[in-house]
Write a protein that binds this ligand. Structure first.
Ligand SMILES: [Zn+2]
Length: 214
């Protein structure tokens, strides 16, 4: 069985964690485009140098270049068994660019209601002394409001206030994600997973979907 998977879902839905589990379970590679890009720039590969010129100008790296990085990675992995793409595509333009490279068997959307995304993302706290980051939902401090490392006070940064988080979610995620999700739905490869509950519960739901492909 070869499964070519793209992972979709809002920030805070635990995509990264679930992707790691899937990698171990399916023994297929995970392709994280942000990591690919950083590695290419660091190793000064041809594509990395091209990407660097955009970054130096403060511009976004073009989708075609990211897809070229993915192509390179796929050929190196020689992955007959499929892959999990994490972090790409984020919008419908990127999905079209990806389509030129490979077909997708499964677009897995780990979904969360907007209110839950905002609750999870606005649960971030930072130690005002050592700047260590906590999350009251995932990684709470041992003592409420106090940093485990230095006993400093935990504060909420203005970026993490619920109204700011909500605005960022609506503008950066929701606007791009809706058409993307629709396009995969039209291609009949979309499966939506309920992202609420524990990591285990969500992973079990994902496994149920994966089993139906075997
Ligand atoms: Zn601290």
């Amino acid at each position: 069985m070869s499964l070519r998977i793209v992972l979709l879902g809002p920030p805070g839905a635990g995509k990264g964690t679930q992707a790691e589990r899937l990698v171990q379970h399916l023994k297929i590679p995970r392709i994280v485009t942000g990591d690919l890009l950083r590695a290419a720039v660091k190793n000064k590969t041809d594509l990395g140098q091209k990407a660097q010129t955009y970054m130096n100008r403060g511009e976004l790296v073009p989708d075609e270049l990211v897809v070229a990085l993915i192509r390179e990675q796929l050929s190196q992995l020689n992955s007959q068994r499929g892959f999990i793409l994490d972090g790409f595509p984020r919008n419908i333009q990127q999905a079209s660019a990806l389509e030129q490279l490979t077909e997708i068997d499964l677009a897995l959307l780990i979904d969360l209601p907007r209110e839950e995304v905002i609750r999870r993302l606005s649960a971030r706290r930072m130690c005002e002394r050592c700047e260590r980051i906590y999350n009251l939902v995932y990684q709470p401090p041992k003592r409420e409001g106090i940093c485990d490392a230095c006993q400093g006070l935990l504060v909420q940064r203005s970026d993490d206030k619920p109204d700011v988080v909500a605005k960022r979610y609506d503008i950066q995620y929701n606007q791009d994600a809706q058409p993307l999700v629709e396009s995969y739905r039209k291609r009949s490869v979309l499966v939506t997973i309920d992202g609420e509950g524990t990591i285990e519960e969500v992973f079990e739901r994902i496994l149920r979907v994966i089993r139906s492909y075997k």
